[in-house]
Design a protein around this ligand. Sequence first.
Ligand SMILES: [Zn+2]
Length: 277
Amino acid sequence: MPELPEVESISRSLDALVRGRRIAAAELLRQRLAPDVTFDGFAATLRDRTINFVHRRGKHILFDLTGDTTLIVHLRMSGRFSLLPAERENPKFTHAQFHLDGGDRLVFDDQRHFGLMKIVPTAQLFESKELAKLAPEPFSDEFSTGYFCGVLKASKKPLKELLLDQTRVCGVGNIYASEAMFAAGIHPGIRAEVVSKPRAARLREAVIAVLREAVDFAATLPVDPENLEGSYFSGSDDPKWYVYDRENEPCRNCNSPIIRIKQAGRSTYFCRICQRR
Ligand SMILES: [Zn+2]
């Protein structure tokens, strides 16, 4: 599943590719992709709107359209966008397509069928169910040391599980949770409320740093309109993770083998020497 840096990268690429373009026609091809709207409603609401810009909140891609309209998209497991020339066929699992002025089209395909789209008035965007409860953006001033320490103090969950709670800490997924806890030298199983203030402050900086590094790396990659996902940091041939997906491989810091455990059904990777409770 794409994490925040990948979604940031995809929304930036989309913005570069389709900002200012007019949607001549929009087609919903699979009802469950946009359960709140009919096929006809989807087409009628989006037709003839111009894409002002594309941005992001959490892992939601937001198409800001003319006429006080925003299209919210969550890629979930396998949703993908591509911008295809008129003559190119759609991918097999195409669930929506947007015919743009000029003849090319923006296509959304989704092999695993978990993607979601929703159309909302832009004026009420941040009150929408999808966005209202999200924690502050990790790169914003609101994600302060005070905020982060407060969130940790108020939780009895294991630290790793808290980091994945998007209503408390926005944008950290499974990969960057492991990487940030390693960078801060904190054990993933420690109860969040007992993490000391200085360690919490270090962890907050680590969260920001690992996300920032991934966003910056993605920004260096070329944009391929037909493969917007191809430049995933996590999908690169040689990701430089310190602990993620490195079970039994030597810690880059101390050489002891990286441990994998399950927390809330998902793998966590850590070094038992470098990360203390
Ligand atoms: Zn180590």
